[in-house]
Design a protein around this ligand. Structure first.
Ligand code: TYD
Ligand code: MG
Length: 466
């Protein structure tokens, strides 16, 4: 007997249930399951079984060696954006751009569209959220009113595809946003997972057949996931997220997934009254306004992809007034902080059980590298002891559970960036011995091998100072 189509779909993750539930078992979301009428999409619900063909078509299998062509691309002309996409928009590829509301997604895409259109490419900007007049107003504010971008305010995917298929296919089509789109092939309401998935599928087919690069804008939930269409993430060629908090001017563009390029590159922008400005030297920006005389701050020499990036890590360790001390962290991993604290207690001889600990990465940046361990530890020890760290020194190194400081990749690039910005010293693990030649380091590096050396070094600063 054929199974009935389940029609309760989690609006966060797309999990399908046969009856309503208060909590989604797949993603843990509460009250996210909604009833959806008949799922026409083949990806939702069980696939109807077809009688199998007696014989399949035979296709040639090929070897790994052989000719391969570099995918043709259209660069946007915005260097920070091209760095993240891997050198421009690949023809026929589909990119999902996620980000909080108001972060500047529409602004960035308008700037990219205008740049391409001004170079003579056909660019279509379809807004499902704003009226044409609003989009025009933004373009005017950005000083791009004259760019020959083709605008429309539309939400029906079939209409959009029919319109864009006329004449020369566009080099770039922007769909702002995928959550507002709806397709006639699916019966559910716009914004539901089934609709979003159906619309995305139709647009992907359009991109693949015409060679148009399509960018889908996607909304993001409070915890940073692309809302609703988690499934869409698997369907697209690249997922790019636009981050930053609205209190800061910096915006970071980060590739989360990229079938045609690197995923660890970031693009840095600054929001100004004339739109997004590229930041070519982000370290200068992230170190601006640094307070060098206070205890509890350390400069971390990090890497984002192939680009070194210096950021300030701030720590505050203060006696607690609560039974359970608070541990709060902004811009870094909470469990990484717990680990560093545990190692400092176990091997560094620090007593932190009666202290609140706050850790903050300045400038609204989010760090994921384990190499930040040493800088975080230095900031914590400095704050607890009240001894400021030397202002002209950078820190990097990964901390092991034994208290050993492990070497990290790309030390020379980190040191070179620090030297370029006027730093004169570094505290870091001894670099891995490359075959033979000892490399000349661009600045004085004191190698440390264990967390006790760090704690002793910072404690010694007080004795020197007093
Ligand atoms: P927008 O691109 O509409 O964000 P999204 O599409 O991600 O929701 O940008 C909205 C914010 O950007 C808004 O709060 C105003 C600000 N902004 C500027 O500061 N300068 C500008 O030139 C523009 C166009 C926007
Ligand atoms: Mg927008």
């Amino acid at each position: 007997m054929a199974k009935r189509h389940p029609s309760f779909v989690c609006q966060e993750c797309g999990a399908v249930y046969t009856r309503w539930k208060g909590k989604c078992e797949a993603c843990g979301g509460w009250n996210t399951i909604a009833e959806e009428a008949g799922s026409a999409s083949p990806m939702a619900g069980p696939v109807a079984t077809r009688p199998s063909r007696a014989k399949g078509r035979i296709f040639p299998l090929e070897g790994l060696s052989g000719e391969s062509k570099e995918a043709p691309r259209t660069p946007s002309g915005i260097a920070e954006l091209d760095r993240v996409t891997g050198g421009g928009f690949v023809h026929g590829s589909i990119i999902l751009l996620g980000g909080d509301p108001g972060i500047g997604k529409s602004t960035l895409l308008m700037q990219a569209s205008a740049a391409l259109a001004l170079r003579g490419e056909r660019v279509a900007y379809i807004s499902g959220e704003e009226a044409v007049a609003q989009v025009r107003l933004r373009a005017e504010r950005l000083g791009l009113g004259q760019a020959p971008v083709e605008l429309a305010s539309e939400t029906n995917v079939e209409d959009i595809i029919a319109t864009l298929s006329q004449g020369r296919p566009p080099a770039l089509a922007i769909i702002d946003s995928i959550q507002t789109m709806w397709t006639e092939t699916v019966e559910s309401a716009p914004g539901t997972v089934t609709q979003v998935r159906g619309s995305a599928q139709a647009l992907i087919r359009f991109a693949k057949t015409t060679g148009t690069a399509v960018i889908l804008v996607g909304h993001v939930t409070k915890d940073g996931q692309i809302a609703g269409p988690r499934v869409v993430e698997h369907m697209v060629d690249a997922v790019v997220s636009f981050e930053g908090d609205t209190g800061h001017h910096f915006r970071i563009l980060r590739a989360v997934k990229n079938r045609f390029g690197p995923t660890d590159e970031i693009g840095v922008f600054e929001m100004s009254d004339q739109g997004l400005r590229e930041v070519t030297n982000p370290s200068e920006l992230f170190l601006a306004g640094r307070d060098m005389a206070t205890a509890g701050t350390a400069v971390f020499a990090g890497m984002e992809g192939t680009r070194p990036l210096l950021v300030e890590i701030q720590a505050l360790v203060a006696p607690t007034s609560l039974g359970t001390p608070r541990r709060a962290v902004v811009g870094w991993d909470q469990s990484r902080l717990s680990m560093v604290l545990a190692v400092l207690e176990a091997h560094g001889g620090l007593k932190l059980g009666m202290h609140d600990v706050y850790l903050n990465v300045a400038g609204g940046l989010r760090i994921t590298e384990p190499a930040a361990d040493l800088a975080a530890a230095a900031a914590l020890v400095s704050s607890l002891s009240g001894n400021p760290l030397p202002p002209d020194t950078v820190y990097f190194g990964e901390l092991g559970l034994s208290g050993a400081i492990r070497p990290v990749a790309q030390s020379p690039a980190r040191l070179k960036e620090a030297a370029k910005l006027g730093f004169s010293g570094a505290v870091a693990p001894a670099p891995r011995l490359e075959k033979g030649k000892p490399e000349k380091l661009p600045l004085a590096t004191s190698s440390i091998g264990h967390i006790t050396d760090l704690v002793a070094g910072i404690a010694a600063r007080r004795r020197k100072a007093s």
